[in-house]
Design a protein around this ligand. Sequence first.
Ligand code: U2P
Length: 259
Amino acid sequence: MASRICLLLLVAFLAGAFAGDVIEVNKSQREFDYFALSLQWPGTYCRGTRHCCSKNACCRGSDAPTQFTIHGLWPDYNDGSWPSCCYRSDFNEKEISTLMDGLEKYWPSLSCGSPSSCNGGKGSFWGHEWEKHGTCSSPVFHDEYNYFLTTLNIYLKYNVTDVLYQAGYVASNSEKYPLGGIVTAIQNAFHITPEVVCKKGAIDEIRICFYKDFKPRDCVGSKELTSRKSCPQYVSLPEYTPLDGEAMVLKMPTEREGL
Ligand code: U2P
């Protein structure tokens, strides 16, 4: 009788493991505390693009994004660290095929590189974000579709580009803006303090944070970053500059640009 029960349990376990296409490989990481929606500024990122390929949104010429685009929705811990690659769930683009228009527009790769997947291979930008971060978003998300759909929805609901625009902070290659003013504009709009990350004096990323029910909250890094650890007191918000002819001609799809 006991061996029969064991056999039944084994069959049930195997059925569960294979039916869900999800195999838990790392149970050592505890549940996350909050989400950070990390947004990247194409004007800053695309300045570093030297070569082009079809998947890189910096290479779309006049159709290149002019608003903050999504880097990722990251489950984070209150101590400033974060879990990653929480279980094995190989990215399957078919699961999010109905979201493609939104993803291409609001969550494009700004690189020709192929970021590493959790199991050591190389994959797409979306695959990297799902495997590294999405798999750690349990118990809020258990599948790609809901992870990507919700991320698009909160991105559209909390429109950082629009908030900055309304406050007069528009893309410019000549203006510098007070970091405090940018932070205040977001505080006034969403009643939380964002995290701001700069690269060479330009805004590189803005992160806005959420409780697990997607009510906004302060980001953990917000205090030190707004006290200029990463950004100067006056920052730029560079315009997107279309790449020159030479860069467009050189197609190097294997180029790695630091993802
Ligand atoms: O900041 C540099 C890279 O570290 C990863 N990161 C950062 C903050 C955070 O809360 N969580 C996190 O994962 C990001 O790695 P990526 O997702 O790009 O692999 C970020 O680019």
